[in-house]
Structure formats: C-alpha cells, structure tokens
Design a protein around this ligand. Structure first.
Ligand code: NAP
Ligand code: MG
Length: 491
C-alpha cells in the first residue's frame, strides 16, 4: 500500500497531529493508500508557505517563466499519463478507457492552454478626458484556497491550478477525501517541473476539518470550490466573514431533451453519454431526460435495451464501460433514491440493483445503469442531484410545456437538446437557464471554452479566458500629465 505525506512548502511532511486516513479502491473495497490527514494546523502552515512564495520568488518571476513551468508540467503529465490514468482508476473507480483517453488528455490540455495565457494577461489604457492618463493593471489575487471533489480528481485539480498559476497566484489545494492519490502524484511532478517551493501546497484531509479551515482562513484571498450545492453554500457563508472572494461550481439536474424530429439513434446514444458516463457522477449529467410524448415508447425501448448491455465491472479492463461508484456512501445514497422513485410512483424500467460480480469485485461499490420512467418533474428524483447512473424520464407535449418544466429546477449548469430543427435548437439555447448548452451532442469540453452555472449551480466560469477573471483583479492607475496643481480649491 502506498503512503503519502502532505505537500507543504515544497516538502513532504507528516500532519501535525500525526493522523492518517486510508482511501479504498472502490472496485474491491480494499485499502489502496494511506494518506496523511491535514487539519487546521497543517492548513495554517500551508497558507503561510503560500503567502511567503507569493510575496517572494513567485511574484518576481517573469510571466514567460511561469508559462514555461506550466508547459513543462503539462509535458511531464503527458509522459506519465498511462501511470496516472491507472492511479486515477484505482482511486476513483472510473473505467481505464475514460482515465486514459479523456481525463488525462484533458488535464494535459488545460495546463498547456493556460501556460500560453501567462504572457497574455494584459491591462488596458482608457481614453479618459483631459490631460490625464489612465491605465489598468491586471494582477493576481494572491493566495488561493481550492477545494475539489472526487468525480474527476486530476481534471478538477487541473481546472483549478492551471489558470490560478498562469495568473501568478499561489495555492493551497484540498483534494476530496475519497480520491486524494492523483493530486499527491501530481505534486511529485510539480516538484520535478521546478515550481518554487510554496507555490502549490496540497493538503489532503476531510471537508469538515481541513476544508472548513481553508475556507475560514483569513490569510486566504480567494476560495474556489467544486462540489455539492449544500457545501457550496457553507463555503460562501464562511468566506463572507473575511469577504474572501469566492467562485463556486456546484451541482446540476440538467434537462436532456429529445424531440420527435431528432435522429433517435443519435439521441439514444446522447442520452446514454449524458447519464452513464463516469458512472453518472458528473455535475452536468443529463439526469432529467425529457422525451416528446409521441416517441416515448420507441425511445425508452431502445434506451433500456442498450443500457442493459453496458459492461459493468473491473474498471482496469479496457472493455469495461462502467466501474463502481466512488464510495459505499454514494452507493447507499443511490439505492435510497431507487426506493424514493418507487414510493413516488415512478417505474424502474432498467437496472436499479447491484450487479452480481465475482472474485475481488464482490465487495466493490457497483450499481447497474438505471432508468426511471413515468417521472413527473416535481418528484424528488427529478429535483435532487442523485449523482449516479440513474436517469429520470419525463415526457412533454410541446415546446412551451417543455421549457416550463426544463427551467423548473434550482440548478442551471447544463442542458442538451436533440432535434433536426435548427431554429428550435437555437431558440431553446437562448431560453434555457443554464451555463452550457449542447445541441445534438453532450459532455463536450475544451480548455478554451467556459464552463459554469446559472442559478444554484454556482458562480464564475472555469476554463477559457473567463477563468482568468476568477484569478485576477484589476487596478486602475491615474497619472496627471498637465504638470499643474489641482485647481479645485484655488490658491
Ligand atoms: P462535497 O461534500 O460537496 O465534497 C466536495 C469537496 O468539499 C470535498 O473536497 C469535501 O471534502 C469538501 N468539503 C465537504 N464539506 C466541507 C466543508 N464544510 N467545508 C469545506 N469543504 C468541505 O460532496 P460529497 O459529500 O463528496 O458528495 C455529496 C454530493 O455532492 C454528491 O452526491 C453529489 O450530489 C454532489 N457532488 C457534486 C459534485 C460536482 O461536481 N458538482 C462533485 C461531487 C459531489 P470531503 O471529501 O472530506 O467530503
Ligand atoms: Mg463529503
């Protein structure tokens, strides 16, 4: 079993308390790694190190050198991609096919993309009247606390670290307790790339202790969080005490909409991508599947048949399409929602159970791809984020009926639409209240394209130039070019 210490000030250190925790392999339930458990005292040390780095070497480094370090890191990750993909799959349970061909390439892409931005963060000159010169400086915010979830451990670390570092901030990152290993391996590459000590500090631990200490820390200038809406609200409240700047990427309950005029084959494949990718543990998952009444039976028939054929099992096997859920808690939570669905009057038309797997996987946290039909949009299974391979199918009559239901949610992270009618597609894209809209596709990402939520799905946009807004602040500088005293009060 691998052991990991905390990564603070460029050093590997035990936690002040000496405590550790064990992270299991969700495919087997067996211990995977023993990790030092950070608490408030360790967070204090990490924040102090990040502050020293920020005031010291890091702020004196040229933007070009910062960019080169980020680019070097992207190359090191690429060189170690297959090993990191295996680690990610062992810690999180996602199929190796996804870690290797999606997560890791996107991690590389994000560091590469933001490496290029380092030298392109600029101020502006403002055409003010009179003999005045006014310009702006776009400066880093300072020390950033970053708290990330377990569903895309390395990718979420990349979304947070890359833009913050490109803009010249220093960081204290807390990975999720369920999946700390990838971030610790990343720390080794950060060291190897040659980042000055203290620029990135990584403090694995529990949310209620390490996470809460980070959010409440007066030495933090900005806190960035991805996770549940419930914890997002806690973070915003805590941060308010010091008016720490906050960005939040929270939950979702995305409508994925199938019109009768769509290519049904494509729409079925898109519905599956929307809800079964990454075991359904995706904040932008298309978990409310709206199907036009006239094609409901045909669509549901195809969807159930194909969902039943998804290969669930050993995530290290390249043929596996669905691995285990991340933890026993998540598995229980999902099972609970199957009971809720039945009580609410929905019909379970596929899955809804734990599959029978042999050998080492008998104790893994597996669940079958699950479809609820006869769902009404006001049921709990249509309103609450389940975060598993569970989709609620809801029918609609016409566009007005659809739009009313689709927007009837506290969330607004993403939405999908399947139609051959181009005007309808764009009309919908404008009217839906969500941060990302996919037309005849789903779950497409690029480091250059912004991602983030409307409504209770959060605030701020990650990736693209928009991410730099989260990690910079603007200073306006005025210069009097006249050389005369200010005349207002006379002589
Ligand atoms: P979570 O508690 O929101 O976890 C996200 C991160 O926040 C983790 O690093 C967590 O640490 C930390 N955290 C927890 N409580 C905190 C606190 N009081 N102060 C500061 N940080 C704190 O999510 P979860 O409990 O793992 O999962 C619960 C549900 O959240 C899921 O079922 C799903 O609905 C939703 N979720 C959404 C996303 C998303 O991307 N939108 C991702 C994950 C989960 P610990 O690991 O120690 O809890
Ligand atoms: Mg938690």
């Amino acid at each position: 079993m691998n052991k990991y210490q905390l990564f603070i000030d460029g050093q590997w250190v035990d936690s002040e308390s000496g405590k550790t925790f064990t992270t299991p392999n969700p495919a087997t339930g067996q211990p995977l790694a023993e990790v030092a458990e950070a608490d408030k005292a360790d967070v204090d040390k990490a924040v102090a190190a990040a502050r020293r780095a920020y005031e010291g070497k890091w702020s004196k480094m040229s933007a070009r050198d910062r960019g080169r370090l980020l680019y070097k890191l992207s190359q090191l990750i690429e060189q170690n991609a297959s090993q990191l993909a295996e680690i990610e799959t062992a810690d999180n349970g996602k199929p190796i096919k996804e870690s290797l061909y999606v997560d890791l390439p996107q991690v590389v892409e994000n560091f590469e993309y933001f490496a290029g931005w380092s030298t392109k963060i600029e101020g502006e000159t403002i055409p003010v009247p009179g003999r005045m010169f006014n310009y702006t400086l776009r400066e880093p915010i300072g020390v950033c606390g970053q708290i990330i979830p377990w569903n895309f451990p390395l990718l979420m670390a990349a979304w947070k670290l890359a833009p913050a570092l490109a803009a010249g901030n220093t960081i204290v990152l807390k990975p999720a307790e369920q999946t700390p290993v990838g971030a610790m391996e990343l720390a080794k590459l950060i060291q190897e790339a040659g980042f000055p000590e203290g620029v990135v500090n990584i403090v694995p631990g529990y949310g209620e202790t390490a996470g809460a200490a980070l959010a409440a820390h007066p030495g933090i200038d900005k806190i960035a969080f991805t996770g549940s809406t419930e914890v997002g609200k806690l973070i915003a409240k805590t941060a308010a005490n010091n008016l720490t700047k906050v960005s939040l990427e929270l939950g979702g309950k995305a409508p994925n909409i199938v019109f009768a005029d769509s290519d049904l084959d494509q729409a079925v494949a898109g519905a599956m991508m929307g809800i079964f990718y990454n075991q359904g543990q995706v904040c932008c998952a298309g978990s409310r599947l709206f199907v036009e009444e006239s094609v409901k039976d045909q669509f549901l028939g195809q969807l159930s048949e194909r969902a039943g054929r998804i290969a669930v099992g050993d995530p290290m096997n390249k043929a596996t399409q669905m691995g285990p859920q991340v933890s026993a808690e998540q598995l229980d939570r999902i099972k609970g929602y199957v009971d809720i669905a039945r009580e609410e009057g929905a019909t379970v038309v596929a899955g809804g159970a734990t599959p029978h797997l042999d050998g080492p996987f008998e104790k893994g946290y597996f669940f079958t791809p699950t479809i609820f039909a006869d769902v009404k949009n006001d049921m709990r299974v249509a309103q609450e984020e389940i975060f598993g391979p569970v989709v609620s199918v809801i029918t609609f009559k016409d566009e007005d009926d659809l739009l009313r239901q689709a927007n009837d949610t506290i969330y607004g992270l993403s939405a999908g639409i399947w139609t051959r009618d181009i005007t309808r597609a764009h009309r919908f894209a404008k009217e839906i209240k969500a941060g990302v809209v996919w037309i005849n596709t789903f779950n497409v990402f690029n480091a250059a394209s912004p991602f983030g939520g409307y409504k209770q799905s959060g605030y701020g946009r990650e990736m693209g130039r928009h991410a730099l807004e989260l990690y910079t602040q603007v200073k306006s500088v005025w210069v009097d070019l006249s050389g005369r005293p200010i005349g207002w009060f006379g002589k």
